[in-house]
Design a protein around this ligand. Structure first.
Ligand SMILES: [Zn+2]
Ligand SMILES: [Zn+2]
Length: 128
């Protein structure tokens, strides 16, 4: 087994996915390309890629972790109904204001601000 090739494959799969795949989804896609690859290998490589800042782990309460390209910073809208995740942009000045307000109200020193907005997505809204 070539370890760097496995890592490269795991990375490429997440980079090319726009659906914020779970580890299991990454594993299933990896297996189609490299049939010998194991679930533990996929998990381990996902963790390393998150630790090295190549990928983002996206966590929502009550849902399993999803993985995302860390290159372009962005925020997420999360459908509370179907758990679909949509990339969104929140203006930098809005975040700066939020961090400044949070600092003042709580005596904390914010370094970053990740925002998740809960939504009912268009698909779910249409089916109601
Ligand atoms: Zn939905
Ligand atoms: Zn995203």
């Amino acid at each position: 087994m070539n370890f760097s090739k496995q890592r490269e494959l795991v990375k490429d799969i997440v980079m090319q996915s726009h659906d914020h795949p779970t580890a299991e989804m990454v594993y299933n896609r990896a297996r189609n390309i490299m049939p010998g690859i194991g679930m533990a290998t996929v998990y381990r490589n996902l963790n390393v890629l998150v630790e090295t800042g190549v990928l983002n782990r996206v966590s929502f309460p009550g849902d399993i972790d999803r993985f995302d390209n860390a290159k372009d910073p962005h925020d997420h809208a999360y459908c509370v109904n179907c758990k679909n995740i949509i990339d969104i942009m929140i203006p930098e000045k809005t975040k700066k204001k939020l961090m400044a307000d949070a600092a003042q109200a709580n005596g904390i020193s914010p370094i970053n601000c990740k925002i998740t907005i809960e939504i009912v997505c268009d698909d779910c809204a249409q089916n109601n």
